[in-house]
Design a protein around this ligand. Structure first.
Ligand code: NDP
Length: 451
């Protein structure tokens, strides 16, 4: 058997997304000889077809409201009718290229050897990247996921989030299928940019798993904005007639549009890795099964990020990648990270941010709770005459006084929530919130004055 010191690399990472890049970079700075392979653009989903271009598009969309709001403050502005789509896409793409370069530079500076190509495992210590074969002592699979495609008639006329960032033209009328993060975020993006938006979700109300008051508030706000919402229905088929798409819904309704975004979740990227042959076990949903320290069923092979059976969020993958590198190459005892109180945001309009349990979840877990809620209009929107509400909510354990959940929908919610995640991780009680002096005048201060 080959001895570890005879391998080409101490650590080889498959997939240069958020988790893979962080893990390889930290491992190399800790002195390991590290290689990484990627067959698409460096940076993975987040940088190329996820968080970053999505946030840029959301910023672009927000301007629509800013122009309208400015009039209420006396600015002599007319909200422009059109966004110059070509200019916007060119500038967005240039920014993504800049970030690709930064990622590339980070790996190079850390001394990680980069392979551009599709990697697969030949055996537990051998990786083939196109025509190149290398060996490694430890291997990390951080290949992420891909949007799921529904197999309905006419599915070829629908797009996923991988394509939606590269549209040649702005849609006039887009139909969005799904009720998760991607669906509601793109509803905001295209509505803000001036497209007509319809959204179709198979259940009663989108954002399953989020607090019910938050979900209801988003629905009300989207209806006020004129977004065409269809619940309890699914896309049954699509027909194309020149530039027009005719979407047939399971409810019997039809929607005529020019673009359909299918945002019905993601599947893990395990195909073509030869995992079966090497003995890496998968979960029934196709994710790689991992145990302690991100170890797969093959002891020297690890997996993390969206391809593994944990929490599919970029900052989680990054934290996992870093923790694993310290475990493997700096003698950190455990690589496992805490999945408690991970704050998350949805860049809808209004935006949502949340940490901890929803009211429903807390009750389901047997907690006796007190709920504190406040609903008001942001001071910014009073002169602007924007009819948009903020909802803030605290879920508190009656027995321990611990704050179990903090939820917000409204202006700046994602920026506000990070600090509350720290408070919840530190075990803050409602009394701790109450003795904290607010920052005045802000919306955030309401969280420390709720009675
Ligand atoms: P999600 O898993 O969040 O949502 C998928 C949606 O599609 C759900 O509403 C689901 O319904 C629905 N769905 C699933 N299968 C079908 C089907 N066969 N037919 C119709 N509808 C279906 O996936 P997204 O694609 O929105 O996002 C993927 C992941 O990316 C998220 O889980 C999140 O982790 C991450 N992400 C994070 C963001 C952020 O942090 N801001 C932004 C974007 C993505 P149901 O609820 O009924 O199952």
């Amino acid at each position: 058997m080959t001895q570890p010191h005879n391998y080409d690399f101490d650590y080889f990472v498959i997939g240069a997304g958020s988790g893979g890049v962080r893990s390889s970079r930290i491992a190399a700075t800790l002195g390991a000889k590290v290689g990484i392979a990627e067959y698409k653009d460096i940076g993975g989903t987040c940088v190329n077809v996820g968080c970053v271009p999505k946030k840029i598009m959301a910023y672009a969309a927000d301007y629509h409201g800013h122009f309208e709001d400015a009039k209420g403050y006396g600015w002599d502005v007319k909200a422009p009718k059109n966004l110059d789509w070509g200019t916007f896409i060119t500038r967005k793409d240039a920014e993504i290229k800049r970030l690709n370069g930064i990622y590339d530079g980070l790996l190079e500076k850390a001394g990680v050897t980069y392979y551009s190509g599709h990697a697969s495992l030949k055996d537990p210590h051998t990786i083939q990247i196109d025509n190149t074969v290398v060996t490694a002592d430890k291997i990390l699979i951080a290949t992420g996921g891909t949007p799921r495609k529904d197999m309905i008639p006419g599915a070829e006329h629908t797009l996923t989030s991988d394509e939606i960032f590269h549209l040649k033209q702005q849609p006039e009328h887009i139909l969005i299928i799904g009720g998760g993060y991607v669906a509601v975020e793109f509803a905001h993006i295209f509505h803000g940019m001036g497209s007509k938006v319809s959204l179709c979700y198979r259940g009663d109300l989108f954002l399953r798993g989020f607090d019910d008051d938050i979900r209801e508030t988003l629905k009300e706000e989207m209806i006020k904005q004129g977004i065409d919402l269809h619940f309890n229905c699914d896309l049954a088929g699509v027909e194309k007639d020149q530039d027009t798409l005719l979407a047939r819904m399971s409810s019997g309704k039809t929607v005529e549009c020019d673009t359909i975004l299918s945002a019905i979740g993601r599947v893990p990227n395990t195909q073509g890795l030869n995992l079966d042959e090497v003995g890496v076990d998968l979960c029934p949903n196709g994710q790689i099964k991992i145990g302690d320290n991100f170890q797969t069923s093959v002891p020297n092979i690890y997996a993390l990020g969206d391809v593994a059976n944990k929490v599919p969020l970029t900052p989680v993958a990054t934290a996992e990648g870093q923790s694993l590198a310290y475990h493997l190459f700096a003698d950190k005892q455990s690589a496992d990270i805490s999945y408690e109180n991970i704050a998350t945001a949805v860049f809808s309009q209004p935006p949502i941010a949340t940490v901890g349990y929803s009211e429903h979840e807390a009750e389901g877990l047997g907690h006796e709770i007190t709920v504190f809620k406040t609903r008001f209009r942001s001071m910014k929107y009073i002169l602007a005459e924007r009819d948009e509400k903020i909802l803030m909510k605290l879920v508190v354990c009656k027995k321990t006084d611990k704050v179990l959940g903090v939820h917000m929908i409204g202006l700046d919610a994602p920026e506000i929530m990070q600090g509350f995640a720290v408070a919840l991780n530190a075990g803050a009680t409602k009394a701790d919130f109450d003795r904290t002096i607010g920052i005045h005048p802000t919306s955030a201060e309401e969280f420390v004055t709720m009675k």
